[in-house]
Design a protein around this ligand. Structure first.
Ligand code: NDP
Length: 329
């Protein structure tokens, strides 16, 4: 006996009445709404796969926390991250993607149709699954960092930089994200300390030059963060150690962490192969995972390029892979 009543949107029923205890059946489920997810949605809806997309915790993905995107083809004057994501969403919806607010909280990929739980209470069965869940900012793991999260500690300069207008702040990290955050903050804040644990920056040459040519950025090579200090008002300073083991204190009000990202693959890890960091492993040159009918695209499977345009490209591939998979059933 079926435990749940099922609803089937593969038969063209656009507005089925749903209850939390009912299972909804779909042909193509897309989890995640960054450039990869939306591009997959555009292609999947144009291929009549009637895709349903759950946007996840951060609708629009990481680019919604980015200021100017200057390297996405087609925007000759650049575009803000949120505006670009709105454009992609509108394009996906124009072709019929059912974009929904909700977070996938569990999966059962042991057999097809695959089962995905959304927000802990809604069950979806899907014939094909496109994983586009992206990656999340990493933190240093200090107790003091945890204590002052939201009170001076942030992982997003474009979200929170404004709160530190005219003040001194620090950014930790030596990659492109840190360089970008530091130069962005330099335009708002009085002074920016860029804390780098090595004696060089890993960021691209153009970004390093931009940092070095910004007068109110002071780069502190070979410095490690020991503790973030503060009081009831929030962060007031940061304690660092230099290469000689000496302690250095800087008075700051904002501490921005820009040390990389963790792929959002935890809910799939029991079924799919992941690398040591957690990136989902796909067949070379394709978005196919080790489970037929499950595809991964964008930052959750790409530890190398991690660009909006490469994520979009892999989203396109995922939709084409899903279409071919469903067509061959
Ligand atoms: P990266 O992994 O490239 O860099 C992380 C940085 O954080 C490194 O300098 C690393 O140091 C440092 N770091 C890591 N852990 C710690 C720690 N515990 N304490 C101190 N420092 C630490 O991440 P990004 O987010 O900068 O970039 C990710 C990808 O996205 C890259 O490919 C980048 O090119 C791309 N990107 C492109 C942009 C653009 O084109 N506009 C903008 C932003 C990102 P170490 O070097 O010592 O390992």
């Amino acid at each position: 006996m079926a435990l749940f009543k099922t609803l089937d949107n593969t038969q063209g029923d656009k507005n089925p009445k749903k209850m939390d205890s009912e299972i909804e059946k779909v042909k193509c489920l897309i989890i995640g709404s960054g450039p990869a997810g939306y591009t997959a949605a555009i292609y999947a809806s144009r291929a009549n796969l009637n895709p349903v997309m759950y946007e996840g915790m951060e609708p629009g993905g990481q680019l919604t926390t980015t200021n100017d995107v200057e390297n996405f083809p087609g925007y000759s004057e650049g575009v803000t991250g949120p505006a670009m994501m709105e454009d992609l969403k509108a394009q996906a919806q124009r072709f019929g993607t059912d974009v929904r607010f909700g977070l996938a909280t569990a999966t059962d990929l042991s057999q097809r149709p695959f089962k995905v739980t959304v927000d802990g209470n809604k069950l979806i069965e899907t014939e094909s699954l496109i994983i586009a869940t992206g990656a999340t900012a990493k933190y240093l793991g200090l107790e003091s960092e945890e204590k002052f999260k939201g009170q001076g500690v942030s992982a997003c300069a474009t979200c929170d930089g404004f709160f530190y207008k005219g003040k001194d702040v620090a950014v930790v990290g030596g990659g492109d994200t840190a360089a970008e955050e530091a130069t962005y903050l330099a335009g708002i804040c009085n002074k920016v300390y860029l804390i780098i644990r090595k004696d060089y920056m890993r960021a691209s040459k153009v970004m390093v030059e931009r940092v070095m040519n910004t007068p109110n950025i002071e780069v502190l090579f070979e410095h490690k963060t020991k503790e973030i200090v503060g009081d009831m008002s929030g962060v007031t300073g940061v304690l660092l150690t230099n290469s000689k083991g000496e302690e250095v204190k800087k008075d700051i009000h904002g501490f921005f962490v820009a040390i990389g990202h963790k792929p959002n693959s935890d809910i799939f890890a029991d079924y799919l192969e992941t690398d040591e960091v957690g990136y989902i492993v796909t067949d070379p040159g394709s978005t196919k995972t080790k489970i037929e009918g499950v595809f991964a695209c964008g930052d959750v499977m790409d530890s190398h390029y991690r660009q909006a345009v490469t994520a979009a490209g892999s989203g396109c591939k995922a939709a084409i892979d899903a279409e071919r998979f469903l067509g061959a059933l």
